[in-house]
Ligand binder design. Structure first.
Ligand code: ALA
Length: 461
């Protein structure tokens, strides 16, 4: 980075991505996570199959992608963490909005790690063959229950998962995040392709595909719209400071569209492929995949016990989910780390260690949700589910809303378009319609639709 790119209020030369592919893999790594492989298949199953997929794709087109681009531009144009970036573009009073998104990322990293810890625990179980040898689905459920009721199991894997993330983060933006994603993302794609092809070759694969592609419009409730919106936001890691922070490491001469469009396509492909893999594999043994979060913790282990090469598939599946979770967790922690470095002048090592320790402590209640804290519920929901609900239905859409209002109304569309052209000055000459698309989405459709979905979901109209 040349000297003239360093903003005056940035204390030290800022880290940057080494290459475009490094950026694409890092951002795709952040985007592809538990939401794609774990949540997407079961919410599709519960909310109308292809009808829900259509709503989800529209949410991506008119809300998710414009918010994603706005956040990346906010970061790239300021080269600051979300707090400084929001302050610089919006004025002093906007600093709190940036801080809110950082706090959201930190909050997500805490409960996400608890859930990802269970995945790590299941991977170890898969390697040992314990989750591919059940003779009845009830046994798989009981085994899951016995693991979840063991507080040391939950806490130990929550800690171990965070330890791996912290070690990667200690290696820095290029040496840790970029290199780690460059290794894990291709592996993730290979494993997912393998599982999807395997699923399509199973008996009854067509039943799974029909279930996925058959639209059930009656299942599209207001809650389903909120879920589609929450999924579009959560899967692109929006509203949690991540994309602003990752954008702040992107060089100004990078072609923004060529860097960002592949990320959204990859993320969407992973969600659809995961749904294909899960539905075809689950239907092959004649059961329905609408089992909620239990889908991957007892339904799939039971399926792995029924099919040929189930042991190998179980290892491949949980390794896939683990890598997806690692790259996303790292990206949820990075905004806090960047903030501590930028605003508080901390060294990276101190910031990473404190962020890791903080995420562990905040995640402890989530990790213990089904053991010592299993009777601590609100409206019947366990702590981890409440944290998930608070993040995905309120904090994350709110953070995305603030980013898009900052970009579209406070900073202004001309500035946004100007920064979009950096790295590709002919962008709007070649694709003039993009001006109207971004103008309409950033200024109107994204903020208005977010408000409408909120009001609708809370029964206000
Ligand atoms: N984007 C991450 C996921 O999908 C947080 O899980």
């Amino acid at each position: 980075m040349s000297k003239d790119q360093i903003p005056p209020d940035s204390p030290a030369p800022r880290a940057s991505w080494g290459s475009r592919i490094g950026f694409i893999f890092a951002v795709a790594g952040s985007a592809v996570g538990l939401a794609n492989i774990w949540r997407f298949p079961y919410i599709v199953g519960q909310n109308g199959g292809a009808a829900f997929i259509l709503v989800y794709l529209l949410c991506l087109l008119f809300i998710g992608f414009p918010v994603f681009i706005s956040e990346i531009i906010i970061g790239r144009s300021t080269c600051l963490s979300p707090s400084g970036a929001f302050r610089k573009l919006g004025g002093a009073s906007w600093g709190w909005a940036g801080k809110l998104t950082i706090a959201t990322g930190f909050f997500v990293s805490a409960f996400y790690s608890a859930v990802a810890g269970w995945i790590l625990g299941y991977l170890i179980e898969a390697v040992g063959g314990q989750i591919s040898s059940f003779t009845a689905i009830a046994d798989a459920r009981l085994h899951h229950q016995s693991l979840m009721e063991n507080p040391l199991w939950g806490l130990g894997f929550h800690f171990s998962f965070l330890l791996i993330c912290t070690l990667v983060l200690l290696l820095g933006v290029r040496g840790g995040i970029e290199r780690g994603n460059k290794i894990m993302m291709p592996l993730l794609f290979i494993m997912l392709m393998f599982l999807a092809v395997y699923g399509l070759m199973m008996p009854n694969a067509h039943v799974g595909l029909t279930y996925l592609l058959n639209p059930n419009w009656g299942a599209l409730t207001p809650q389903a719209f909120l879920m589609a919106l929450g999924q579009a936001f959560f899967t692109l890691s929006l509203g949690q400071g991540t994309m602003v922070t990752y954008g702040s490491y992107l060089k100004k001469n990078e072609n923004l569209m060529a860097s960002c469009v592949p990320v959204v396509l990859m993320d969407t492909c992973v969600s659809l492929l995961s749904a294909i893999a899960v539905f075809t594999i689950v239907f092959s043994v004649g059961i329905e995949p609408n089992a909620g979060p239990g889908l991957i913790f007892h339904t799939l282990p039971w399926v792995f016990s029924q099919i040929p090469s189930g042991h190998l598939l179980a290892v491949a599946f949980f390794l896939l989910v683990l890598m997806a979770a690692l790259t996303s967790e790292i990206s949820a922690m990075e905004p806090t780390i960047a903030y501590l470095i930028d605003d508080w002048g901390w060294k990276r090592k101190t910031a990473v260690l404190c962020c890791g320790a903080g995420a562990f402590l905040l995640g402890v209640p989530a990790a213990l949700s089904y053991s010592v804290l299993k009777n601590t519920t609100i409206s019947g929901m366990a702590i981890v589910d409440l944290m998930d609900l608070l993040a995905t239905s309120i904090l994350i859409p709110l953070g995305g809303f603030l980013a898009v209002v900052l970009a579209g109304w406070r900073w202004g569309i001309p500035q946004v378009l100007h920064h979009m052209e950096q790295g590709f000055p002919q962008l709007f000459e070649k694709y003039r319609w993009l001006i109207y698309y971004f103008w309409f989405c950033i200024k109107f459709s994204a903020p208005i639709l977010i408000i409408l979905v909120f009001l609708n979901a809370f029964g206000i109209f």
